[in-house]
Design a protein around this ligand. Structure first.
Ligand code: LRH
Ligand code: MN
Length: 385
């Protein structure tokens, strides 16, 4: 069994409230038994993930999916459940007014409406004590000529500047990019370069969010991670995995080697140090699989990739790299990747009073049967689209 390197204790993963709700594709959203009906039940489920993994202490909210009358009450309930509220996700992608865009819309009245929603989310952060405002814009165009690409960037930066000015000292923006969907010709924040340009223009409290499902096939995401860490502008990850597009599958499920390479650049770039402020969030949809188990498995996948990354022999690697030993250097990384860290992680859990097998322990806890029996009636939560 491998001794676990220091640093794993620093890995804190944030689970998304919407992963516990019904989700699907344009073809079908399959309802599942026991699904939460409100943010309180979502948080109770998220608390289970932390209870069995010891590594998921915060929960991200999405507004208005998680709208409540009293956010400080929700924050108190969350602490009572053993977790804390994390990032606040704005939503300017589901209102009919946003047909031609939200903050980039040609119509100033609609831009005003969208910006006001973003400002409302900062008010919510004040109530929940959240540090991060996560901004993802579905804004874009579908046909060449439909709108002026540069003018839309001007509108976007104007709205971002107003929101940035509203931030408190300890608050920040996470600007997420995405190559395409729902826009299919130009997305206004399509890549890390565009997000970084806006962040640099705004100021130090604006950072980039890397959603691992938002790149063109073949994109070297770990290069983006290394570059953003080097620039001090890597704010967060939205972890998931994909075989084709924004599939939002469990992180590490489709490409565990890619997740390892990403976490190696995180470790190498000092991103695991809480002082660097990188948020490790999951952004997934468990369309057909049990949701709480899916989140537990996802947290374990990130723990495994991070542990392997922490095992890389940095001295041997640097020696091989500096001497031009191509295969030697590659072998150092592959040795770490090919190390079975599961027994060590099981021991890490036991040392912390956790069951070595979180999924088996969760299944044996009877929690799922309890919520299936309790959560009868009412309306199951979903994306509300
Ligand atoms: C957009 C996205 C964004 C969230 C949404 C749930 O694809 O990744 O992070 O708002 O999913
Ligand atoms: Mn995302």
């Amino acid at each position: 069994m491998t001794d676990l390197p220091a640093g794993l204790d620093d890995l804190a993963i944030e689970t998304p409230s919407w992963a516990y709700a019904n989700s699907g594709t344009r073809f079908k959203v399959f309802a599942q038994k026991g699904v939460p009906r409100d943010p309180f039940e979502k948080i109770a489920d998220a608390a289970q993930v932390h209870a069995f993994t010891g590594a998921a202490p915060t929960v991200a909210l999405h507004i208005p999916w998680d709208k409540v009358s009293d956010y400080s009450l929700l924050a108190e309930y969350t602490v009572d459940q053993g977790v804390r509220l994390g990032a606040i996700n704005a939503n300017v992608f589901q209102d009919d007014d946003y047909l031609l865009g939200s903050v980039t819309n040609p119509d100033p009245r609609i831009r005003r409406k969208a910006t006001d929603h973003l400002l409302e989310c900062v008010d919510i952060m004040d109530a929940t004590g959240s540090r991060d405002l996560k901004l993802w814009f579905s804004d874009g165009i579908n046909y060449p000529g439909q709108d002026d690409i540069r003018a839309r960037q001007d509108r976007l930066s104007e709205a971002l500047a107003e929101v940035y000015a509203r931030l408190g000292d300890d608050q920040r923006i996470l600007l997420e990019y995405k190559l395409f969907e729902p826009a299919f010709y130009v997305t206004d924040v399509p890549d890390w370069g565009t997000s970084l340009l806006h962040c640099l223009a705004l100021g130090p409290k604006a950072t980039v969010c890397v959603d691992t499902g938002h790149h063109a096939p073949g994109t070297n995401i770990e290069f983006i991670v290394a570059s953003l860490l080097r620039a001090g502008r890597l704010g967060a990850f939205d972890f998931n995995s994909r075989f084709y597009a924004d599939d939002d599958l469990m992180v590490g499920a489709a490409d565990p080697f890619q997740l390892f390479r990403i976490m190696y650049e995180v470790v190498r770039g000092g991103g695991l140090d809480p002082a660097t402020g990188v948020a490790f969030m999951l952004d997934q949809c468990h369309n057909i699989e049990p949701k709480i188990q899916g989140q537990i498995r996802s947290v374990m996948n990130v723990q495994e990739a991070t542990t392997k990354a922490l095992l890389v022999d940095a001295v041997a690697l640097r020696t091989a790299q500096d001497s031009g030993d191509v295969l030697g250097a590659n072998a150092v990384l592959m040795d770490a990747y090919n190390t079975d860290v599961r027994p060590s992680l099981a021991a890490w859990r036991e040392q912390r009073g956790l069951d070595p097998d979180p999924i088996a322990a969760y299944k044996a806890s009877g929690y799922f049967d309890k919520i299936v029996a309790e959560r009868v009636g009412g309306t199951q939560a979903g994306w509300g689209a």
